[in-house]
Design a protein around this ligand. Structure first.
Ligand SMILES: [Zn+2]
Length: 422
């Protein structure tokens, strides 16, 4: 008679890792030198030293997967992108680098800001949006991102938002990346629109349709005086909450008008940008269990005068995640570079930055129970690096250090063997 072990499928065992960086626990990165990981189907079965894991497996059959001397980390979670768009704002960017401000751009006849995005996106079909975004998503996956969030918000009409959210659902079927969607109807006010009329469309057309069609998990609002003030933001969030959507906010990017306090009061899952956020604001977020999210890549490309203060974050005890904020202004696809810039721009430690890109980013999506760390019972979303330490990946800012990407227990990207340590 067969034993139970004979009838079970073999367990995949990641071996040969210089280090397994679990990102489990409340502090540090849970580093296990020469650790191994056992995977059964889509799930992590065991993580630890080879001896401990082998004895836990008993006589189960093993299918080895060689990390070839690389470090092994959780799949990156990019918790804030605007993935779905066509076009970019490079002409505006280079003109600003030449010293032109808004008035100068206008005088030079260079379109900038919202009109650029509307012109490129408002009339696009779902297929066109998918075609424009798919190559970007593929490169993000190849850079180790296994889950990402994306938003609507470039067409600035309910119909174009819905097409954008449909494109996100379609993209998730085309590549092995999980996509969490947010409805960002209240992104900016389109030129010529009145605030009241625009909000009315969001409250009475956009939100109900998005909710009834199950097109988004979150509702997001850009809360800043030049876009939507506290009162307007609260109206949108309340309606979204009533319709069963969870909440996110763009806050304190240019001005602090109390958006973090509103986010805390409303039980938002995350509060993003947080450039002008004080220690007391961060503490309010921490008390509410709201995750703060920073974008070192965005702050780099716009040369932000006030990157998120890591000292205020540390003093407050808030959970800090980081994302790429991939968008027509910030063409950053690599979470590895976001991590490196977190260390450079925000002076985070490599441990803080990697946690921000994995377990804390998962928390910013309300998914930390399932992804973001390498622990028994969690989904097997794993990156094998071609360098022997996670710190090398956080230092090599212009190199893709990914050797293999594993999504739900399956190797979905294989860029070749890991390089020998060095
Ligand atoms: Zn954004």
């Amino acid at each position: 008679m067969n034993s139970r072990a004979d009838t079970l499928a073999p367990v995949t065992l990641i071996t040969g890792a210089a280090q397994v960086v679990t990102c489990a626990g409340r502090h540090g990165v849970g580093l296990i030198e020469n650790g191994v990981i056992a995977i059964e189907d889509e799930t992590i079965l065991a993580v630890g030293s080879r001896d401990d894991v082998m004895s836990a497996l008993g006589d189960r059959g093993i299918q080895p997967l060689d990390a070839n001397g690389g470090a092994v980390i959780p799949g990156y979670v990019d918790c804030h992108t605007h993935l779905i768009f066509a076009g970019d704002r490079r002409h505006e960017y280079f003109a600003r680098m030449r010293g032109l401000d808004d008035a100068g751009l206008r005088a030079a006849g260079i379109p900038f800001d919202v009109p650029v995005s509307i012109a490129a996106n408002r009339e696009l079909s779902v297929d066109e949006l998918v075609n424009a975004s798919l190559p970007r998503l593929r490169r993000m996956l190849e850079s180790g991102t296994t889950t990402l969030e994306t938003k609507s918000g470039y067409g600035l009409t309910p119909d174009s938002d819905i097409r954008s959210l449909r494109a996100a659902r379609r993209l998730a079927e085309l590549l092995p990346v999980e996509i969490v969607s947010s409805y960002l109807g209240a992104h900016v006010l389109p030129p010529g629109a009145t605030k009241e009329r625009f909000l009315d469309e969001i409250l009475n057309e956009g939100l109900p349709q998005v909710s009834s069609q199950g097109l988004a998990e979150f509702c997001d609002v850009y809360c800043d005086p030049h876009v939507f003030d506290l009162k307007e933001t609260e109206r949108v969030l309340r309606r979204a909450s009533d319709l069963g959507l969870r909440l996110k906010l763009h806050v304190d990017a240019k001005n602090n008008i109390g958006g973090t306090r509103l986010a805390a009061e409303m039980g938002a899952v995350s509060c993003d940008h947080v450039n002008h956020t004080t220690t007391a604001d961060f503490r309010a977020l921490a008390d509410a269990g709201t995750v703060a999210v920073t974008f070192p890549g965005f702050d780099f490309i716009v040369n932000h005068s006030s990157p998120t203060s890591i000292q205020a974050v540390r003093d407050s005890g808030v959970t800090l995640a980081l994302g790429t904020d991939q968008c027509p202004v910030c063409w950053l696809e690599s979470m590895q570079l976001a991590v490196a810039l977190g260390c450079r721009i925000n002076r985070m430690t490599p441990e803080e930055s990697l946690r921000g890109a994995t377990i804390h980013a998962a928390a910013a999506l309300g998914l930390a129970h399932r992804i973001g760390s390498l622990e028994p019972g969690k989904q097997a979303d794993i990156v094998i690096l071609d360098v022997p330490s996670f710190e090398q990946a956080a230092f090599r800012f212009a190199t893709n250090s990914v050797a293999k990407v594993i999504k739900k227990g399956r190797v979905v990207v294989d860029r070749g063997a890991a390089a020998p340590p060095g």
